[in-house]
Write a protein that binds this ligand. Structure first.
Ligand code: SF4
Length: 173
């Protein structure tokens, strides 16, 4: 099993190779590295901790960290979608980390959604046991980002809040 230290070293080496830095926010860094490690254990490859993966490498290839979108995002905004990799001006605090648009094409996001083990598990459990609770709608209490999944993401892709900042949306009684 890949240790957290190995995940960190891999990210540090990759940042050095491309002239980037890892986020100076220690807490965010720790959460993102843990997310990468968990995805690697779960899927066999370190898919992006801010995005939903399908679990099928042919669909997820573009979001294996470092993803295909990192370099253009860093060039345009100074950091990647999760803000794991940052440019020097961001590392030095000269440019703030803010939400950036998702560069991954919508159709690829849909493939991930259809094939995600989270979605499949849900469909199977609903078929075998209709009383099983459905996938849940979560919102980020910090920025309001909403997602529909079995669990909230490790890191909010918009404001980088931790998983604990997500709450379930419940229907008014
Ligand atoms: S957005 Fe950042 S953390 Fe996510 S896969 Fe791309 S490079 Fe890795």
């Amino acid at each position: 099993m890949t240790s957290l230290e190995q995940v960190r070293e891999r990210a540090e080496n990759d940042a050095k190779t491309y002239g980037y830095y890892l986020t100076p926010d220690k807490e965010l860094l720790q959460d993102l590295l843990e997310g990468l490690q968990k995805n690697e254990i779960r899927y066999g490859y370190p898919s992006c901790p801010c995005r939903l993966a399908s679990g099928k490498i042919e669909y997820d290839r573009d979001i294996i960290c470092p993803c295909d979108y990192r370099d253009p995002d860093i060039e345009e905004h100074g950091f990647c979608y999760c803000a794991l990799y940052v440019r020097k001006d961001v590392r030095d605090g000269k440019k703030p980390i803010k939400p950036i648009p998702e560069r991954r094409p919508k159709e690829k996001q849909m493939n991930a959604y259809k094939d995600s083990p989270e979605t499949k598990t849900q469909e199977n459990t609903i078929e075998s046991n209709p009383s099983t609770p459905k996938m849940k709608l979560y919102y980020c209490r910090q920025c309001g980002y909403v997602c529909f999944r079995e669990e909230p993401p490790y890191i909010c892709p918009i404001c980088k809040a931790k998983k604990e900042m997500f709450a379930e949306v419940t229907a008014p009684t």
